[in-house]
Write a protein that binds this ligand. Sequence first.
Ligand code: ZN
Length: 208
Amino acid sequence: MDSMLQFMKLIGQLKRVPRTGWVYRNVKQPESVSDHMYRMSMMALTIEDRSLNKDKCVKLALVHDMAECIVGDIAPADNISKAEKHRREKEAMEHLTGLLNEGLRKEIYDLWNEYETQASPEAKLVKELDQLEMILQAHEYEQLEGTPGRLEEFFTSTQGRFHHPEVLRLVESLNEERAKGMGKGRVAVAAQADNSQDTQANTPSTSS
Ligand code: ZN
């Protein structure tokens, strides 16, 4: 098979690799790894800090979890050591980039390695975006499921990990919105109980 096509097919598998953190918490229809990397890439694209190379941030976001198309999304709960996880991902990256021409091979492998070793300010920013994207997704699942606070562990696990002012600002807004939702969540449930007759009236009859 054409090796570029083979590369594209392998990358396409990311659409079918669910994010393990959500699977373990029984989130219904959890997002895929490529869903996560897409929004991270958009986050990188909207960064305003001119001291950073924005194009590189977008590329790092696009590449950082690429190896998961082969090794899967290994979560802390899987009890696989950091060294073993790195070894598997490195091997997968060598295989993936081995399908590309020399210039691309080096570009993509080096991007992955830069993120993996947190070797630049861009890699550090993208790591913060990785965590921000995760807690934003956790908040959205809590809203979708109507279970405010259920995914608290994702918020506590990222506490103190944010440093970039633009990311911090977003984290603060998110925490404020979530706190409001947790307060209003109970009120909304009570209101729903009070209006149960109205709700029924608005529900299309199944027998018609
Ligand atoms: Zn990620």
